[in-house]
Every structure is written in C-alpha cells, then in structure tokens.
Design a binder for this molecule. Sequence first.
Ligand SMILES: Cc1cc2nc3c(=O)[nH]c(=O)nc-3n(C[C@H](O)[C@H](O)[C@H](O)COP(=O)(O)O)c2cc1C
Length: 364
Amino acid sequence: MRLSTPLSALLGLASPIVQAPMAGGPSSQELVAACSAAGVLGSFGFAYTQPEEMKKQSAWVRAKTDRPFGINLFTFAAPGQIDARAQRGALDAVAGYYKELGLPAPEPVNAPYAPDLEAQLDAIAEIRPRVFTVHLNDLNQNRIKAFQSLNVLVGGSATCVAEAQHLEKLGFDFVIAQGGEAGGHRGSYLRDPYQSLTGTLALVRLVARAVKLPVVAAGGIMDGAGIAASLALGAQLAQLGTAFVPCPESGAAQVHKDLLLKATEDTTRVTEKFSGKPARGLSNRFMTEMAGKQAPQLAFPAQNSVTGKLRQASAKAGKPDFIALWSGQAAPLSRALPAAELIAKLEAETIESIQKLKGMLHET
Ligand SMILES: Cc1cc2nc3c(=O)[nH]c(=O)nc-3n(C[C@H](O)[C@H](O)[C@H](O)COP(=O)(O)O)c2cc1C
C-alpha cells in the first residue's frame, strides 16, 4: 500500500514526506541524496552557501539519484557593514567563551554577513531544482514567475495566517505552515516571531482554511503518527527536520546527534543569541548564560558571524556548550537510523496509524 496526496503525486514522490532544508550543515548532499533516492523530497538548506557550492552539491545529488530534490534560501535582506564600535558589546559578551576554548579574542565582523541573495537566486535558476522554498521573507513576483516557467515549484514558510495569505497573493505554489514546535529559525516575516508561535495543530488548520494553496505541515512531526495527524489536519506533505538530524548522512555535529538521541523531555528554548534572530534549540550553557546576561547582539545574520568560530571550536572539541543545537520540541522521539531506513519506518507507521484510526470506526 502506498500513500499519496495531490502535491506528492505532482512531485512524483513515493511518500508525502519532506526532509526539511537545514542550513549550516545538517542537510548535507549525502542526506539530501539519500532522502530523495528513498522516495521523499530531500531538501538543501543553502542559506549560508555560496552559489558555486550550491551548484556543485546539486550536481553531486543528481549524479546519485534522478529523483526530485528541493533547495531553500533565506530571502531576508542582510544588513550592511556594522560599525566596529557598535559591535563592541556583542563581542565582549562572548569574549570569555572564546578564551575558554583557547581562541584569540573575537574581532569585529565584516559584511557581507551572508552570500549575495541575487547571485544565489540566479544559481537556483541554473540548477532548476524541482522545488525551491523561501524562508524568513517572501520573494518578488518576477522571480516567482521565472522559476515557475523553469518548472520549479515555489513554496514559502508561514508562521501565521497573514503570511500564508500573502504568499498565496504573490503566486506561490504551496505554503509551509511552520508551527511553534519547529526546530531552528522559523520563517516569520510579517509578524513578530514571538507573536507567531501558534502550534502545528492549530496553525495547519487555520492556514488550510484560509488559503487554497496546498499546505505542508512542519513542526514537532517525528513519526508516522505525526504524519498521519498532519494529513488529517489538511496538509498534503509533512516536513520533518529534527527527525533527520541524527541520521548518519546528516552533517550535524556528533554531539548534537547524541544529545537529540538522549533527550527524554522537551528541553528546547528559543534564543536569538546565536544568529540575531529567534531559533529553537536544545538548551545549553551558551543559551542560558547569554539570556541571563541580557547581552547585546548584532542584527541577523551578523550575530551568526560573531558566534561562528565559537560554534566551530565547540563542535570540534565535542563540547555541546557553545553549539547551536537546533531542535524541535519532539526531540525525544529521535531515532539513530540511516535515512532510507527511517523513511521506510515513517511510511509504514503512517499507514499503520491511518489503519488504526479506521479500526475505530464501527457500524452502529
Ligand atoms: C538544524 C535545523 C536547521 C534548520 N534550518 C532551516 C533552514 O535553513 N531553512 C528552513 O526553511 N528551515 C530550517 N529549519 C526548519 C525546518 O525546515 C523544519 O521546518 C523544522 O525542522 C520542522 O520542525 P521539526 O524540527 O520539529 O521537525 C531547520 C531546522 C533544524 C532542526
């Protein structure tokens, strides 16, 4: 028995499952290829990736599988150069941690703080992935139409009804309803992210009622029961991020994977101190101490540059204290399985969940 929805059929997927794009390492080319080859949509998080590298990794995936894959970018406009004096407080706030890890004192960080967005969008037009999604903002209509004319389906993250309706008005092909449970940065772009923490259960229903576009559910979905629930709520695909972080193919730090697998309770918190924008991760020393300090921070994603060396050194030392351990609230449901095995299980569990529900129906 196979599961399908109009959107999964359009994409030619064997399962209505999307491996979420995850910027900064976890969605490695190996993970994207393994997921797509297993019949779901593997997705790259290329927010911090230069155009040439985007093309290289996409070609690598195409050499491994002819199945469709997706690419995601942050369409948020990065700030220009921030004056060195204005950076002092943010640098001082992390200087002690640099010292503790044996790193030289942090220096002012220089723009550009992210790859050039227009060049990244040009690379998308060249790569032509089957799916392109935007995060943390919308996209202009000329770009949307140009991608669609290249047979690229265009989707965007929404964390409230107004954001989903705005994407629909612009001509997007589908919308990702990203609930407050979701790991990493959530895609809020019209409302204050802290006023847009609606849970997946409520958000998917609200968005499915408000727009005609196909809806993808994201946030807290880790197993077949979660996928079946998303479909029942009216979603056509379920996007799973945290569930794929512990896979051997994922590029996440080993200590990040280990902590997800050890989790027994939701210990996630939302912090802005790693990147300058709120994102959900397993609580660690950096998050709690920085929250307590009320330390200044730079605008997103310049703050990401401030913490970059710290995060890298911490991961290298196998120390979880200063790594951004992005995770959704359902982390304790994590499993250490190769992507293809995880996907086979997810599919079987989804079918089992739907059958179980059917079994609750009785003639009266
Ligand atoms: C490590 C990590 C990195 C993420 N990076 C991105 C990203 O670059 N772009 C994006 O649209 N979503 C990103 N997300 C969010 C996921 O796409 C997805 O919506 C979310 O993981 C779903 O919730 P879950 O973590 O509970 O499965 C990230 C999530 C995680 C866990």
